[in-house]
Design a binder for this molecule. Structure first.
Ligand SMILES: [Mn+2]
Length: 248
């Protein structure tokens, strides 16, 4: 009964179909509610977010309500911040009781040793990305952002996100680059050299796949909810399955 569900990269707030994508996600969460013990949201659920001291961005009300309902019903929800929604700060934990993580985490789930996270900034394959990530995560950047008018900062954030998506599509970056060029895989193999693992479960790459890393470890990428409606289930017997949600 107690399934553990993983999904990532819904990028809510981006694209003309965002409202329908959010409704589908809520229907999916309804469909797993009775059988799910833990829900892992592996980052970039929101295309952009900033929690101000007294304000939060408009939108996403259906998903936030659904997450509150699941959380209140006893489902343990974990949220790994992605590179798009790194500025949720304490909002999801204080309002919805969601456990928020800013780095990958080692967890034992259904007796399996799992390394779980979003996946950005791992393997150090892109120095520029590392620098930008450090800057955005710095207090200086967050303070600066708070001081500027939100019409200006949110406008820039959404435009930048859209142009990044176009660039990724143009350069065909959302495909598996190979074991030696995928930052997440490089990182997982480094961890695997030190400690035994059964599963490495990450998002960020928008490419749903499973891959044998050797030493009895499987890498699973949760793909995305933006285009594919992918999710993964860790069953009570310890098996891990990558699936697509079929909305009926
Ligand atoms: Mn990402």
């Amino acid at each position: 009964m107690a399934q553990i569900v993983f999904l990532s990269d819904a990028h809510l707030g981006s694209g003309a179909d965002s409202a329908e994508r959010e409704r589908q996600l809520c229907r999916f969460l309804d469909s797993i509610k009775a059988s799910c013990s833990h829900l892992f949201l592996l980052g970039d659920i929101f295309d952009f977010w900033f929690t101000y001291r007294h304000l939060v961005p408009r939108g996403h009300t259906r998903l936030l309500g659904k997450l509150a309902e699941l959380s209140d019903s006893g489902i343990e929800i974990h949220f790994f911040i992605g590179n798009h929604d790194m500025w949720v700060f304490d909002y999801l934990s204080s309002e919805l009781g969601i456990i928020t993580h800013s780095e990958p985490k080692l967890l034992t789930l259904h007796g399996r040793r799992c390394l779980v996270g979003h996946g950005d900034g791992l393997g150090h394959t892109d120095r520029w990305f590392d620098f930008v990530r450090l800057f955005f995560r710095s207090r200086f950047c967050q303070r600066l952002f708070k001081m500027l008018p939100s019409a200006f900062t949110f406008g820039i954030a959404h435009r930048w996100s859209d142009s990044n998506k176009r660039r990724h599509a143009r350069r065909n970056m959302l495909r598996y680059l190979g074991d030696d060029r995928e930052g997440i895989v490089i990182h997982c193999k480094q961890v695997l050299d030190k400690i035994p693992l059964d599963y490495c479960i990450f998002g960020h790459r928008h490419t749903p796949l499973t891959r044998d890393l050797g030493h009895g470890c499987t890498y699973l990428n949760t793909g995305d909810w933006l285009h594919n409606r992918n999710y993964a289930v860790l069953h009570p017997d310890g098996s891990l399955e990558l699936l697509d949600y079929k909305d009926e």
